[in-house]
Ligand binder design. Sequence first.
Ligand SMILES: [Zn+2]
Length: 398
Amino acid sequence: MAADLEYYRRTAITRLSMRSDDDRRLLLDTIEEWRDGCNLASDLAWNQCHSKSVIEDIARDKIQNQTGLGSQHAILACHEVSRAIKSGIECRQKGKKTSQPQFTAQSITYDRRTLTVFPEKETVSLTTLGDHSRVHADLVLPDDESGYQYTYLNNDVWEHTESTLHYRDGSFYLHLGYRKPKPKQTDESTTENGTVLGVDLGVNQIAVTSTARFFSAGELNHTRREFEKTRSGLQQTGTQSAHRTIEQMSGREDKYVKHVLHSVANGIVEEALQHECDGIVFEDLTGIRDRLRDTVWHSVWAFRTLMQYVEYKAEAEGVFVDTVDPKNTSKRCADCGCVHDNNRDQDVFNCVQCGNRNHADYNAAKNIAELYLLRGHQLPSGRSVSQYALKSGLMTPS
Ligand SMILES: [Zn+2]
């Protein structure tokens, strides 16, 4: 028998806008029945079996008779319970305590039979109770056409697969699952190559990617200067209440900076996903510290925090994060490799050897990716990283 196809898997998260209170009620009822169905199957199967088909045999009819779920959701509930019991068994094999799976979350699983996506209308239809009741809802997508969700919605290469609907803080969120087959590895010589995204961090541009996405620090720098002005005014006042205000302000400033860093981190991870990168590469912090010795707002703290955010978000998407020794990334031409002091003038990179002219931080981002590749890193899967994502297509260093 042929081996199962392996897939790349991605999730596109969007909020749903419901069209009526009845629809909202119906979906909430469906979630409740789903939990009952899962708990019922869990009661029947726990300590008996964990295979999908056996659980279907013993629990499927009962779920259909005792809950309001339709036939397909009864099957999906059996599969959900099978997964939960299997992971319980794995935990037990590792010596951890496990107990019977209980289903309490405000969420429900959908598949292609129970959820239809209409990308061009940006709507979905979801099965609710029984086999014939459906509600239609609108996807609340970013106005900006570059929202990463569009990559999967409007793309035939990505196939819509199992999804989950979550109810949280009064809203429904759809985690749309997408997959596409990994290319088959036919023989040793054609093993697939890994791709990385290079990211340069800096003061005027918080981050620039090797795909030429720029995250400007303009507004951040401006806001921090405003905070600084107010603070020094208050310090001159010197009263106790001025002191209290300064403390409150620094809390607000911290919160603001973290908010900006979160959104930059999201953008970097989106960029990596859009270009199907296996990893994201930064220069290491010692390099940043040396290079940015005299800068105003920046602190190594901000860059470290940004890298942590990226790492955390990337990990959830199966993308690794690594760093590279940044030696010469700002003076080296990413096109011809020439390293020269005169190659860079402020934001402009202009190679004295080959004439390559580009934004200096973009050139640096490409260098970071390229230096990482040239040092022959291996992916966790054993494949080697051999290309990096560029603005127009992939670049393989010679
Ligand atoms: Zn050059």
